[in-house]
Design a protein around this ligand. Structure first.
Ligand SMILES: *Cc1c(COP(=O)(O)O)cnc(C)c1O
Length: 397
């Protein structure tokens, strides 16, 4: 039977993202010496570039691990059992981070803003006013399940308006390198990121950025774990201490190549590319929605991430669409993570498009054209002009 899925497969999910050939080629090599030489120099060169992307003069500790590892590292350095934190949840990932804090014996005050909204700042201010004991405020910049992008600077202003001394901790794992983030200008004390989304490297490396104020908290907190301790990883006396053991040799080469690509593009251009590609996706979705059931999870474009878009198609069509585009056209879309309801326990009505990292205009036009083919193939009505609308955005018109 004829099948159009032969050719280069496109994994358009919100992480792991598409890996550039240049990253893969940089990793395709014999293991390097881990005691002296090039690997040590390349590792040292990563720090200033990571700081530049986070727009910070502060410290960054690198770990072998995924995003969950970064979550745990951030918590272990700043909190201990019996501490209280405020969690601003706008989807699955805020809740996930708080589950990890709870497992450490930390009391979590959770403000849950649901699965299609951003943070209510008045409620945050009120909660902080009523809870002087809160030691840290935890939030997610882009929640990958709902694709909402929260206003980090506005939460900082709210904390300041109350005059609260809590540490401000932000999860940027979904959108680091895609959505603008300004650690110092926005007064963030701890930021966590991973390598497998905007940074285009296979999963396995993560980063905890921390301010001197957060480091002072670590001092009195007495970091509960020598593995997660960020201090030796930032100022190692010996190279192996940076990693608490063997370095992630090949990830170091891969990340160096990825950062080189971003620096050659110009980081502000990288951010602008993500903004344009995201707008092309939204333009197509808006047009499709005019004549059918497809609708974006986040209605206000100013609250949408440039890294990922969550869409509703109605049960069971989200899953049917994902299956069709994957089996028949070589495109994998993201599942509806954390969006289950009583009526739709498996989130079959929801899907996501990852548009983070190594993604170009032609790739996005390919994704959109394939989705339209899928809608037609599974007999879902959709409005006209979606691809024209997306092409106009790509054309800069
Ligand atoms: C992907 C992601 C995580 C978890 O990262 P893993 O590498 O899967 O552990 C956490 N937070 C956000 C916002 C994410 O997008």
């Amino acid at each position: 039977m004829t099948n159009l899925s032969h050719g280069r497969h496109y994994l358009a999910i919100p992480g792991p993202s598409v890996m550039p050939d240049r990253v893969l080629q940089a990793m395709h090599r014999a293991a390097p010496n881990i005691y002296t030489g090039e690997l040590l120099e390349i590792t040292a060169s990563l720090t200033p570039d990571l700081r530049a992307l986070a727009k910070t003069q502060h410290n960054v500790a690198m770990y072998i691990g995924n995003g969950h590892a970064a979550w745990e590292a951030a918590l272990f350095n700043t909190l201990s059992a019996g501490d209280e934190v405020l969690v601003l949840a706008t989807g699955l990932f805020g809740i996930g981070w708080s589950d990890m804090a709870k497992a450490m014996g930390v009391t979590c005050h959770i403000l849950d803003f649901g699965r299609a909204a951003s943070i209510d700042l008045d409620l945050v201010g009120q909660t902080l006013r009523d809870n002087a004991k809160i030691k840290a405020v935890l939030m997610v910049q882009t929640d990958t399940s709902t694709s909402v992008k929260n206003d980090v600077a506005a939460v900082r202003r709210t904390i300041d308006a109350v005059g609260h001394s809590a540490l401000f901790m932000v999860d940027c794992i979904a959108c680091f390198g895609c959505d603008d983030f300004q650690m110092d200008a926005w007064g963030v004390d701890v930021m966590v990121a991973g390598c497998q989304k905007g940074l285009m490297v296979p999963p396995g490396m993560c980063f905890v950025f921390y301010s001197d104020r957060a480091d002072a908290v670590r001092e009195t907190n007495g970091c509960a774990s020598s593995y997660w301790d960020w201090r030796p990883r930032t100022e190692p006396e010996l190279f192996y201490k940076r990693w608490c053991g063997t370095a992630p040799t090949h990830h170091i080469y891969g990340l160096r190549a990825a950062l080189d690509m971003i620096l050659e593009e110009g980081f502000e251009n990288t951010l602008a590319r993500h903004a344009i590609l995201a707008r092309a996706v939204w333009a197509a979705c808006d047009a499709w929605g005019q004549g059918g059931p497809l609708r974006p999870n986040i209605t206000d474009p100013s609250l949408r991430s440039h890294a990922v878009t969550t869409l509703h198609l109605g049960k069971p069509h989200g899953t049917a669409l994902r299956n069709w585009v994957s089996d028949q056209a070589g495109l994998t879309l993201g599942i509806g993570l954390g969006m289950a309801t009583q009526d739709d326990p498996n989130s079959d009505g929801t899907f996501r498009i990852g548009h983070m990292g190594h993604v170009s205009g032609q790739m996005i036009m390919g994704v959109l054209g394939t989705i339209q083919a899928g809608l037609a193939a599974i007999d879902i009505p959709f409005g006209d002009g979606a691809l024209d609308a997306a092409a106009k955005i790509i054309a800069g018109r």
